[in-house]
Design a protein around this ligand. Structure first.
Ligand code: SF4
Length: 377
């Protein structure tokens, strides 16, 4: 991340890690932190699975994981991979044969939980298949499925046990001359996950996949993930992430981006800054923001928009945003462009007008960045 000399309190020093590729997506070594989600369709239903992947990709998912519990799903995977706009990670539990079939079907990455994949020999076979088919591997350590000998040694799932499990499996991959791997040490408990991630971050230079597993429903899971992942990302730990929610995968993607946006680690689309509203509001802030979020969903260009109910905070927030609207007049408000007061607009026409202004600004930003790219070539 570039350093901000003016506001050094915004800087995050990202942990140095090796780079691997998940298909076309780089992970690690300063690459943008990729956002993942996982389908919850029946994988053998190709049309439904591809439709969900497409919706997730439209929402910004860089990588999508698909569960492959049986042969019919690894058979379907071939077509899913062919039709998917983003690299596919095959999620494997228990059956090492599914991992081999998934590699053959074109998965970009195999997520294996070494604790339940079986013997070292079986893991070796999976590694061979990954090498043969150019897949990377995610070692997915999970507090809920640690190997028995580690539970006996440590008494319960704890950060040390999770790190040891991760390092044991890293060794297995390395001993087989396999280096295209990343690692996750997930737990549903925020403290346990955060401590395990810090431990593994110190013990290896492998890229790290962040996640709080089984985080919960949309609101509680997002908050839990924001606390757990947010803290780790703030420390500079994490190269890719998934927010696990009992909700639509698209919501996971949105939550992932919001966490990254809040930390200035990645930007996509319109970052709306809005006040909670109160009796001073000059227009219905909550309703307006709800409508704008929907109407601006198609804008992918990173930019900011402030929607503030009155002059208490409106001008100050508008100073730092690309487009701003502050209520306060009799049935109208002030539009700000690039931090400066521009013109007044009636509340009745304000939504269409803001959408127009945001689209115009997005087109300007895109044109400028295309010109800069061309000049650099
Ligand atoms: S900015 Fe104005 S309307 Fe919004 S919460 Fe503050 S005082 Fe209320």
């Amino acid at each position: 991340m570039s350093h901000n000399p003016v506001r050094p309190w915004r800087n995050i020093d990202r942990r140095k890690s090796r780079r691997i590729m998940v298909g076309s997506v780089p992970v690690g070594d300063g690459a943008p932190i990729s956002v993942q989600t996982m389908t919850n369709t029946d994988t053998s239903d190709v049309a439904a699975t591809v439709a969900q992947i497409q919706r997730s990709a439209d929402a910004g998912a860089d990588i999508v994981r698909v569960s492959t519990p049986d042969e019919s799903s690894t058979r379907a995977l071939r077509e899913i991979v062919r039709e998917s706009p983003v690299p596919i990670v095959a999620d494997i539990h228990f059956h090492y044969r599914r991992a081999i079939e998934a590699a053959e079907a074109g998965a970009a990455c195999l997520r294996i939980n070494p604790g339940n994949i079986g013997s070292a020999d079986r893991v070796r076979e999976v590694i061979r298949a990954a090498k043969d088919h150019g897949c990377s591997i995610r070692i997915g350590v999970n507090a809920g499925s640690l190997e028995r000998h580690l539970l006996e040694k440590y008494g319960e799932p704890c950060p040390e046990a999770m790190v040891e499990s991760g390092l044991d499996h890293i060794r297995l991959l390395e001993d087989n001359d396999f280096h295209e791997y990343k690692i996750s040490v997930k737990a549903s408990d925020v403290f346990l996950a955060a401590a395990a991630y810090q431990g593994i971050a110190e013990a290896t230079d492998a890229p790290i996949h962040l996640g709080i597993t089984e985080a919960g429903g949309l609101t509680s899971g997002t908050i839990k993930s924001a606390i757990g992942l947010g803290n780790l990302l703030w420390m500079g730990i994490g190269d890719t992430l998934r927010v696990s929610l009992s909700a639509d995968p698209v919501e996971e993607v949105k939550a992932g981006f919001e966490i990254l946006k809040a930390l200035g680690l990645r930007h996509r689309g319109v970052n709306i800054i809005s006040c909670p509203s109160c009796a001073r509001q000059g227009f219905d802030v909550i309703k307006t923001v709800e409508i704008l979020e929907e109407r601006l969903e198609h804008v992918k260009t990173p930019m900011s928009l402030s929607i503030i109910g009155c002059v208490v905070n409106g001008p100050g927030e508008a100073l730092m945003t690309d487009v701003g609207f502050t209520g306060g007049g009799a049935g109208n408000g002030m539009v700000y462009l690039a931090g400066k007061q521009s013109h007044r607009m009636s509340n009745a026409q304000m939504i269409d007008h803001i959408v127009e202004q945001v689209e115009k600004k997005a087109a300007e930003i895109e044109a400028r960045s295309a010109a800069e790219t061309q000049a650099a070539e």
